[in-house]
Design a binder for this molecule. Structure first.
Ligand SMILES: NC(=O)c1ccc[n+]([C@@H]2O[C@H](COP(=O)([O-])OP(=O)(O)OC[C@H]3O[C@@H](n4cnc5c(N)ncnc54)[C@H](OP(=O)(O)O)[C@@H]3O)[C@@H](O)[C@H]2O)c1
Length: 223
């Protein structure tokens, strides 16, 4: 029997993560959502919801790995993230550390914990941000967010190299400036536009594009 493709998504209760979950459910995937708390919209479409998962710290990651033990994963989408937009005057290292934990260390920890579930052709995607581009850092502020996404970019790029021989492809995708509650700068595009681009890029993700830092519109971003 041919099994349905599946996707595992963090941060799937709201925002871009929810819209990605809705897209893949509509496309016939089994959707496993990893969340701190569920939402009615998520409950309407997810196949499996693993809730109560705080992604920072080893306990949450170990709980997810235990629940998904022996389940093959086709696509892992690391979407959960936070943004605190501190100015130089507001710089607070506890906040910087928290953003680093949530935005860079947690997705790397989850992805590496789930590598045993993935075979050739599987994909791991990280939602990164252009605000993590050092080359494009021209407007100041946002120390913790920028540092955390730059760190995520390095983690994901390195993972793409390490997973090349296993045929697992790694995507680093900037969703655009999207109108969600995370975006402290307002946002320029709707979630639907972002998800249309993100899912096209995920579809195209291959050995050739693995490890590239891409905008959802397909353009390559400078590190
Ligand atoms: N929106 C944009 O313009 C934009 C631009 C560039 C990149 N991104 C990236 O895209 C991703 C999604 O952003 P969004 O705009 O959809 O944000 P959002 O609507 O604020 O959703 C954030 C999600 O992350 C989850 N989350 C946050 N901290 C967590 C933690 N410690 N453990 C588990 N889950 C946690 C939230 O869960 P709770 O509901 O439990 O808080 C929520 O599901 C993020 O990685 C973000 O950095 C967004």
């Amino acid at each position: 029997m041919i099994r349905r493709p599946n996707v595992v998504i963090t941060g799937a209760n709201r925002g871009i993560g929810l819209a990605l979950a809705q897209h893949y459910a509509g496309a016939g995937y089994d959707v496993t959502a990893i969340v701190r708390r569920s939402s009615p919209q998520l409950e309407a479409i997810a196949t499996t919801i693993i809730d109560g998962i705080e992604l920072t710290g080893a306990q949450g990651i170990a709980a997810v790995a235990a629940k998904l033990k022996r389940q093959a994963i086709d696509l892992l989408l690391n979407v959960a993230g936070i943004m605190q937009w501190e100015t130089l005057e507001e710089l607070n290292f506890d906040k910087v550390r928290t953003q680093l934990e949530v935005n860079a260390l947690a997705p790397l920890a989850l992805s590496t914990a789930l590598i045993p579930n993935m075979g050739e052709g599987a994909k791991i995607v990280f939602l990164t941000s252009r605000l993590g581009s050092i080359a494009d850092s021209t407007s100041g502020k946002g120390y913790g967010y920028r540092i955390s996404k730059a760190a995520l970019n390095m983690a994901a790029k390195t993972l793409s190299v390490d997973l090349k021989s296993r045929g697992i492809h790694v995507g680093l995708l900037h969703p655009g400036s999207v109108k969600t509650s995370l975006n402290k700068l307002g946002g320029q595009i709707e979630v639907s536009e972002s998800v249309a681009g993100l899912t096209a890029r995920i579809n195209e993700l291959s050995a050739e594009t693995s490890g590239k830092f891409l905008h959802q519109n397909g353009s390559e971003l400078a590190w």
